[in-house]
Design a protein around this ligand. Structure first.
Ligand SMILES: [Zn+2]
Length: 344
């Protein structure tokens, strides 16, 4: 994971060995989510911690990161005793959290895994027990829209009458797919797409890249850290400032050779990132259509490119040879670009 280690924050506490990323140690490290932070800070200040919170908002907006940071506050003994405003970083609870071995913290549903019924039963059973070390037990249930129906029904029971020493933090990027009965038992904490400036700040804190590269990725990421990192990785792969120009710059045969040797996950990520970049360009070209003198490539060009990318994604899903898929895509993009130039 070379190149993924940040340079700004070298403290050990924030290091997540599983992801190679650094996470903030307190609310000070979370940017671009003022409303969510105001709600959480008010909860802590009043001492009235809800039994359940629903962190809702677009994917990549930092819900799970904020949930883990909030958990630090809920678990820190010194915060509970009123001796510290921030997670202290050295009480047994903070130390165990930093090493990922806290007995009262449960982080479920990482890697977009679906929470199943058996797990749901275990969560309910665990939630009834007294905490070992911290003032309370904290359950982080990520992407609850992915829970099976029976799992969320079981979870409802736990949400109905949780012991006072248990706090559930649920996250969802698609709350419409979560049963109303679950939503209604949670205090809502809204997250919004991260503004470009804040996104640049976040990228620079976790990746060693030049500020203008971070800005470029942030502009095309639609407020998502996840997407910004995908774009950075894909750009690093193709060595060009933008994915589209990179794809147009090399011969389809050479490009197809290179992309077809990547692992399937990287191939998919490249197409996803190119798709995100094109969507953003579409948006920008729509905005600039009304401005006088704006000379961006046409809306139609980007739309046709996007259709080609979607076609390539479907082909990979149907196990068409990656070489043929990428050769076809790069050739099409070239043709579209040539057609676009002719019509100028
Ligand atoms: Zn502490």
């Amino acid at each position: 994971m070379k190149g993924m280690v940040g340079r700004r924050d070298a403290s050990v506490e924030g290091y997540m060995p599983d992801q190679g990323l650094r996470e903030p140690l307190n609310f000070g490290g979370i940017v671009g989510q003022e409303i969510a932070l105001a709600i959480l800070k008010a909860s802590l200040a009043s001492g009235r911690i809800a039994h359940a919170y629903m962190f809702r908002g677009p994917s990549g907006s930092g819900k799970a990161t904020a949930a883990r940071v909030f958990a630090r506050y809920l678990l820190c003994s010194r915060v509970a005793e009123g001796k510290s405003q921030e997670p202290c970083g050295y009480c047994p609870s903070c130390v165990r959290f930093a090493y990922g071995t806290h007995p009262d913290f449960f982080d479920m549903g990482e890697d977009r895994r679906t929470i199943k019924i058996e797990e749901s039963h275990r969560i309910i059973e665990d939630s009834m027990k007294k905490p070992f070390l911290a003032p309370r037990k904290v359950f982080l249930l990520r992407d609850v829209e992915n829970m099976t129906r029976e799992a969320s029904n079981a979870l409802l029971k736990a949400l109905e009458e949780p012991p006072s020493s248990t706090c559930f933090i649920l996250t969802s990027s698609n709350p419409a797919a979560v049963p109303d009965t679950v939503i209604s038992r949670c205090q809502a904490v809204p997250f919004r797409p991260i503004p470009v400036k804040a996104l640049v700040h976040i990228i620079l804190s976790i990746r060693d890249v030049a500020p203008d590269v971070a800005l470029e990725a942030a502009r095309f990421a639609n407020g998502s850290v996840e997407k910004a990192l995908l774009i950075l990785d894909a750009r690093h792969e193709c060595g060009s400032p933008t994915l589209l120009e990179g794809a147009l710059a090399e011969s389809p045969v050479v490009g197809a050779e290179r992309y077809s040797h990547m692992d399937p996950e990287s191939q998919r990520q490249f197409l996803d990132s190119l798709g995100v970049e094109l969507e953003k360009r579409l948006e920008l070209s729509l905005e600039s259509q009304n401005e006088e003198g704006a000379k961006d490539r046409s809306f139609r060009f980007y739309r046709e490119c996007l259709l080609s990318v979607m076609k390539a994604k479907r082909r990979l899903e149907r196990n068409v040879s990656p070489y043929l898929t990428f050769a076809g895509l790069l050739f099409e993009l070239r043709q579209l670009s040539a057609k676009e130039k002719r019509s100028e």
